[in-house]
Design a protein around this ligand. Sequence first.
Ligand SMILES: NC(=O)c1ccc[n+]([C@@H]2O[C@H](COP(=O)([O-])OP(=O)(O)OC[C@H]3O[C@@H](n4cnc5c(N)ncnc54)[C@H](OP(=O)(O)O)[C@@H]3O)[C@@H](O)[C@H]2O)c1
Length: 285
Amino acid sequence: MNRKIALIGANGMLGTEFMYKFQAGNSKVAPLTDRDIDITDYEYTLEVLTQIKPEIIINCAAYTAVDQAEQDMEMAFKVNALGVKHLAQSADKLHSHLVHYSTDYVFPGTNADGYLEDAETAPVNQYGASKLQGEQEIAKTLAPHQYIIMRTAWLYGNLGKNFVRTMLRLADTMDVVKVVNDQIGSPTHTKDLVQWTTDLLKLSAYGTFHSVNSGSGSWYDFAKEIFRLAGKKVETVAVTSREFPTPAKRPAFSILINKKLEKALNYPIKKWPEALSEYLHSIKL
Ligand SMILES: NC(=O)c1ccc[n+]([C@@H]2O[C@H](COP(=O)([O-])OP(=O)(O)OC[C@H]3O[C@@H](n4cnc5c(N)ncnc54)[C@H](OP(=O)(O)O)[C@@H]3O)[C@@H](O)[C@H]2O)c1
């Protein structure tokens, strides 16, 4: 990638994965953490980006505390909707392309067959509602050939807390682990998401894409596969969401159908157990 990139949210989980990728290549990247930019402040955002003059703005910044967003709604919308609007306005002013990430939580999760990009949205929690508004701000401000929105789900990567690391830690400290079996989704490796994004940019393929590792399973299936691949001997007990109440409601079927992404990239999207296996090798289990 030899186009000039502004990477926002560079020290988050996905942002860090981009940094690994860009550091390994010859990219012209300006990494921006929350110390360098505050996307909720339009003037400041535009000023920072004007100095960089990026051809591409990749936005990995977001308010991602799903449960906290139920209480802290104002902040969730400020970052995920208003902040994203500011990025879209800046991209428009600077004639940059905008790459942005959204979520399976824009859907109600009642369709067990999964969701295509144009399926009807109806978030069941505040985080999902704030992310949906962010998508809408982009679509109102930019033409479809000026942006990529990648809806993704159940991310794990090298930085910070994630489900895989949590399960590995629990396996080392507990004999029995209880995991919910009535929420179905597609665990996704940030490394693959970064690869799909850079490939779409190379192809100049724009618009909204569902982008998760292929196949689906419950959190229980995900945990079982983590323990199997990591050789952990731990009893895994399937429980219902009712037994694990959380402040934010979660959709039951968070399945994003990848067909459009696969067609655009012209290669098969890796299945989630294979991606998980690669991840576990990469963290040198
Ligand atoms: N993680 C998942 O399972 C998942 C699933 C579906 C979709 N997504 C989407 O994927 C994208 C990346 O998620 P992630 O898990 O990598 O997120 P993350 O690790 O929580 O990182 C988000 C980053 O955004 C920064 N940030 C927050 N508010 C900001 C602001 N006002 N201005 C500038 N930076 C700000 C945060 O900085 P500080 O933390 O230092 O404040 C943090 O570095 C997000 O759009 C998320 O909604 C994630």
